[in-house]
Design a protein around this ligand. Structure first.
Ligand SMILES: Cc1cc2nc3c(=O)[nH]c(=O)nc-3n(C[C@H](O)[C@H](O)[C@H](O)COP(=O)(O)OP(=O)(O)OC[C@H]3O[C@@H](n4cnc5c(N)ncnc54)[C@H](O)[C@@H]3O)c2cc1C
Length: 272
């Protein structure tokens, strides 16, 4: 199996890692840099995924942080679709899931986060979506098209979507989906949107604005179950009532990617 030594090893294929690669290259023109990215796409900006890209106002190629040739031109080895399977910080060495061993002088761990899973019965049904990656956004594009075409009829057209979670991402998604002419039910875990990080007053201000934007806001409506015939068709709320939907999106937080199966941290060696 191959052995490689690099001066800088960057684990993670997001903005933090790619910005670090750019910054290192500005101050160290020759030092070898290896960037390991779990996703198959080279680093891209996530914020448009819930906004311009989901609305199809920004083309795919504009999401990427660097042009396709940038890594090669700057002598940065980019390995996409790989993850670090083993990390031994004491020995300053790592193993990529392809089996390749890499030793390094300096290491950046920028493995980011993944969507927190919704833990209720029915959450494994295939049309419960999450949004974190470009692939997730593309799956959502298909689901949106199908709902607009064949979904449940409502006053403005077709398609009824349940967005679970009243944080930044949930509210943003609800707003984007209504702009397509979809009917949206926004299910909050608390009284008001953004309650967890922006407090009661901001939430009070935001709630009527959400309603003006044709979002049906449901307070204290944590789903108890997702039900349907092989796919989510209704959501059971705490009071036992049901909300019908063509698909659902869970935006209930993020958890750091620090899985011991992908990234094992051992004590740092003593510095001389
Ligand atoms: C839909 C959406 C909209 C957002 N909108 C905004 C906004 O408007 N404003 C704002 O400030 N922020 C926004 N954010 C948050 C912002 O995108 C994040 O703060 C940012 O992506 C963090 O970058 P990062 O590089 O630290 O981590 P990430 O973007 O999570 O990237 C980490 C990468 O590392 C990879 N990885 C994980 N484990 C390994 C491993 N073992 N080996 C190799 N690779 C690994 C992951 O697959 C991932 O690709 C949004 C996020 C999302 C999902």
């Amino acid at each position: 199996m191959n052995n490689l030594h690099v001066k800088y090893m960057l684990i993670g294929g997001g903005l933090a890692s790619s910005a670090a690669a750019e910054a290192i290259r500005k101050i160290d023109h020759d030092g070898s840099i290896l960037l390991i990215a779990q996703e198959v796409n080279r680093p891209y900006h996530r914020p448009p995924l819930s906004k311009e890209y989901l609305r199809r106002q920004k083309p795919r190629h504009e999401l990427f942080v660097q042009d396709s040739g940038w890594f090669e031109q700057n002598h940065i080895q980019l390995r996409t679709g790989r993850h670090v399977a083993h990390l031994d910080v004491a020995r300053m060495a790592a193993q990529i899931n392809t089996g390749e061993h890499v030793s390094f002088d300096k290491l950046l761990i920028a493995t980011g986060a993944s969507p927190a899973p919704l833990r209720v019965p029915g959450a494994a049904l295939p049309n419960l979506f999450y949004l974190r990656t470009l692939d997730d956004a593309e799956l959502l594009h298909h689901a949106i098209d199908k709902a607009l075409r064949d979904g449940r009829p409502h006053d403005q057209g077709r398609g009824r979507i349940a967005v679970i979670g009243g944080g930044v991402l949930g509210v943003e998604l609800a707003a984007t989906l209504t702009q397509f002419g979809l009917a949206v039910d926004l299910l909050l875990g608390h009284d008001h949107p953004w309650a967890k990080f922006a407090g009661e007053n901001t939430g009070r201000f935001l709630k009527p604005l959400s309603r003006e934007a044709c979002i049906a806001v449901h307070s204290n409506a944590r789903p108890q179950r997702l039900e349907g015939d092989g796919r989510v068709q209704r959501i059971v709320l705490p009071d036992g009532s049901h909300l019908a939907c063509d698909f659902a999106i869970a935006a209930v937080g993020a958890v750091p990617n620090k899985d011991s199966s992908t990234t094992r941290r051992l004590p740092l060696p003593a510095r001389s």
